[in-house]
Design a protein around this ligand. Structure first.
Ligand code: MG
Length: 179
């Protein structure tokens, strides 16, 4: 294949034909347990709730999943490698710093984060009232416009550990335009 088609070929067979217009996608998933006596921080919003997420940092499961999606698009190691939970620097750390770092790593590669999209899976509390603020926080941490951040929430229909309110999960994808 040649020409317009050839220019879009990927892989070792045609590295010189790698298109600058290519967007890399990444996927992220995270889950944290709900515990009494912890704050519930989701998308950088402190949500009043009987339980919060357990973890070394602020345990913001949503920002963690988005961070991993961006790191995935860059082909980097995951958030647990970059920010080990054995490192006291990240104890109770606000997770926006992890997004700041993912953004910085994209910048080092001259990459631009095109969009992120995420789904929070939580039986309780209601997420919808906080979506706008979460999007604002995520966009700020990534130096993006709010319109580039997708965010939805769903319950788990009372099924499994999420349905029993033992934990909250998040999944995310990210598109990164890499030269
Ligand atoms: Mg996590």
């Amino acid at each position: 294949m040649r020409g317009a088609c050839g220019a879009k070929l990927l892989g070792l067979a045609a590295p010189q034909a790698y298109s600058a217009a290519m967007v890399h996608v990444g996927i992220g998933y995270d889950v944290h347990a709900l515990l009494a006596g912890r704050k519930l921080i989701l998308g950088g919003v402190d949500i009043p709730h009987a339980k919060g997420l357990d973890g070394h940092s602020d345990a913001d499961v949503l920002m963690h999943a988005i961070c991993d999606a961006i790191l995935g698009a860059l082909g980097e190691a995951d958030i647990g490698r970059l920010f080990p939970n054995t490192d006291p620097r990240w104890r109770n750390a606000p997770s926006r710093i992890f997004l700041n770092e993912a953004r910085r790593l994209a910048g080092v590669r001259q990459g631009k984060i095109v969009n992120v999209d995420a789904t929070l899976i939580a039986q309780e509390p209601k997420i919808f009232p906080h979506i706008r603020q979460m999007k604002t926080n995520i966009a700020a941490a990534l130096e993006m416009r709010v319109e580039q951040v997708g965010l939805k929430a769903t319950t788990n229909e009372h099924l499994g550990f999420i349905g029993r309110e033992e934990g909250i999960a998040a999944m995310a994808v990210a598109g990164v335009d890499l030269p």
